[in-house]
Design a binder for this molecule. Structure first.
Ligand code: ATP
Length: 320
């Protein structure tokens, strides 16, 4: 009987549980045994793992977080850490390892693959910063969480005639800001991929004032090269408006996964096991258009995400 291991690594993302469920249940139908590894690569080094039955993954599809816990493991980046991980995989007779995580986790997976382990990578990160896949699992839920917050902020901003800067996650990728910006009707957004232009946002707000619009929603990704505090000061000085900030922070990671994230996790998780059953070696699985795709892990890691500048123009046009 084939045996696979599964772990969740890096930042947690809503939909990780749905992916674990899909892997375990598909493996079950293929007659493959699944071992759950706790706390990502840390648990792999510490040999912290347990057999997962199809019942063990019941009633988790609706939950955020991850039943396998997650961690960032510095030790895993070392020669010793990776050797220990491989030793434990071999000790338990694990034929393939499924890694659910973001870019960093994929780099770790690529290292193991180069050392002869078959590794399957499932993109789970709220950032949507992986270029080889249209969407990562967790992104849609995070955008919906931001959207909910923006809608509430809009009510009070409108009542008080005040401008609000909402800081969202995204150190290097502005997709959460972009998507929440379009769907939340933001007036202006700042993303890490585009240089900061405080003059432009002031002009935009003042144009609104001429139309009797006295409150604006500005969304700023955390990785943008200006602090939220400083940005608020500059906007306040340039417009004469009261400007407040809201930092959404870890709130964006939690919550029940959206239908879109559950669907993506179910499709990708299931394809992952089909590939393992077919002895496909090491692959990164993702979404391209309406197709579930699989590509070489190194190629997946090397594919840089391109920012969709058309969405930026859309935000500008629709908020005029
Ligand atoms: P998120 O995008 O949500 O932060 P992530 O998977 O990118 O998720 P990281 O903290 O970057 O999160 O990586 C998770 C783990 O993967 C690290 O703690 C480490 O164990 C491993 N890892 C990261 N980068 C590398 C690397 N270059 N080589 C080997 N292992 C790595």
């Amino acid at each position: 009987m084939k045996k696979i291991g599964i772990l969740t690594s890096g930042g947690d993302a809503p939909g990780m549980n749905a992916a674990i469920r899909a892997v375990v249940r598909t493996a079950y139908t293929y007659g493959i045994e699944t071992v759950g590894i706790m706390r990502g690569f840390e648990g792999l080094i510490e040999d912290d793992m347990k057999l997962l039955t199809r019942e063990d993954v019941g009633d988790i599809i609706q939950n955020g977080g991850t039943v396998l816990k997650t961690a960032r493991s510095e030790r895993f980046k070392s020669f010793f850490g990776q050797d220990k991980a491989i030793e434990n995989l071999n000790k338990h007779g694990i034929d393939a390892l499924v890694v659910c995580g973001g870019d960093g986790s994929f780099r770790g997976a690529a290292d193991l693959s180069k050392k002869g382990i078959a590794v399957m990578c499932i993109p789970c990160t709220i950032d949507n910063d992986q270029g080889y896949t249209d969407y990562t699992i967790g992104f849609d839920t995070a955008v919906n969480t931001v959207l909910d917050a923006v809608s509430k902020i809009r009510d009070t901003a409108s009542a008080h005639d005040r401008t609000t800067v909402v800081e969202v996650m995204g150190r290097e990728c502005g997709d959460i800001a972009l998507y929440a910006g379009v769907t939340g009707g933001a007036d202006y957004i700042f993303i890490p991929e585009v240089p900061v232009d405080t003059g432009a946002v002031i002009t935009k707000i003042l144009e609104g004032v001429e139309r009797n619009k006295n409150h604006s929603i500005i969304i700023k990704a955390e990785g943008v090269d200006i602090s939220t505090e400083k940005l608020c000061d500059i906007i306040s000085q340039g417009t004469g408006q009261e400007v407040r900030s809201v930092v959404l922070a870890y709130l964006q990671r939690g919550g029940s996964p959206s239908a879109k994230d559950r669907m993506l996790a179910s499709l990708i998780g299931s394809r992952t096991v089909e590939l393992i059953d077919a002895d496909s070696g090491s692959r990164a699985i993702g979404l391209s258009g309406n197709e579930i795709i699989d590509i070489d892990i190194d190629e997946a890691v090397a594919t840089k995400r391109q920012v969709d500048l058309e969405l930026l123009s859309l935000i500008d046009n629709l908020s005029k």
